[in-house]
Design a protein around this ligand. Structure first.
Ligand SMILES: CC(C)(COP(=O)(O)OP(=O)(O)OC[C@H]1O[C@@H](n2cnc3c(N)ncnc32)[C@H](O)[C@@H]1OP(=O)(O)O)[C@@H](O)C(=O)NCCC(=O)NCCS
Length: 195
């Protein structure tokens, strides 16, 4: 049975669309230029994109892009509500699939937009995208044991705990994984087409 199709959390992906966050926009954000970044993305961005945590991420992804430009299509984008175009957060994969076909998800929701199902919608959309890419076999999420909200979100999608790791920045994390698709043929047939 295809849990991506039957799971009640499948449909929320329709709520979200992603706007690219290209390297020049990351550079602008790193410099604190919210308006300049917004002009490059095509929508006004929230000051949440300038937090210390966010800026660390932009710097990290820019260095990654310099080394592995092929990761670009997988990396962080802006999440907007399809209904009104409101920016609700940022999300993406940590990179292109690794040698084992694994991609890791990351997501962050604006504080003012939390507890309204956006992380659920974002993860549903990331899973939908992962399922359409034949090279992806496994989707991973790593979550701090203290992050009640994110733990609840990943568990909604049937992620299974596969271990723990120590992250230099975030400390102890629980590692969760789930198959990219559950249809057994690994070709993504029957999935929705990518955008
Ligand atoms: C964790 C985070 C992504 C959750 O985003 P969100 O949009 O509020 O999540 P959702 O609205 O989809 O929540 C889905 C469910 O998760 C649970 N949940 C979410 N936040 C919660 C919280 N703070 N405490 C307890 N449960 C929570 C609830 O069961 C919720 O459903 P409900 O609101 O119907 O009860 C958000 O708090 C965030 O961006 N935090 C900072 C960045 C971060 O931690 N990213 C994840 C790294 S692994």
């Amino acid at each position: 049975m295809d849990t991506l199709t039957t799971h009640p959390a499948r449909t929320p992906s329709q709520r979200i669309r992603f706007l690219p966050l290209p390297a020049p926009a990351l550079t602008a954000l790193l410099a604190g230029d919210l308006a300049g970044a917004g002009a490059l993305v095509g929508t006004a961005l929230d000051p949440y994109f300038l937090t210390e945590q966010a800026r660390w991420l932009w710097g990290y992804r820019l260095a990654q892009l310099a080394e592995r430009p092929q990761d670009a299509p997988w990396l962080v984008r802006v999440a907007v509500d399809r209904a009104d175009g409101a920016v609700v957060g940022y999300a993406g994969f940590h990179g292109a699939p690794d040698g084992a076909g694994m991609v890791e998800v990351g997501y962050s929701v604006l504080p003012a937009a939390r507890r309204r199902g956006y992380a659920t919608a974002i993860l549903a959309e990331l899973l939908r995208l992962a399922a359409t890419e034949p090279a992806v076999e496994t989707v991973r999420a790593t979550v701090s044991p203290d992050n009640t909200g994110s733990l609840a979100v990943v568990r909604r999608f049937g992620f299974a705990e596969v271990g723990e790791q120590w992250d230099e920045r975030d400390g102890l994390e629980i590692v969760f994984e789930r198959p990219a698709r559950d249809d057994g043929d690994d070709e993504g047939e029957g999935e929705d087409p990518a955008e």
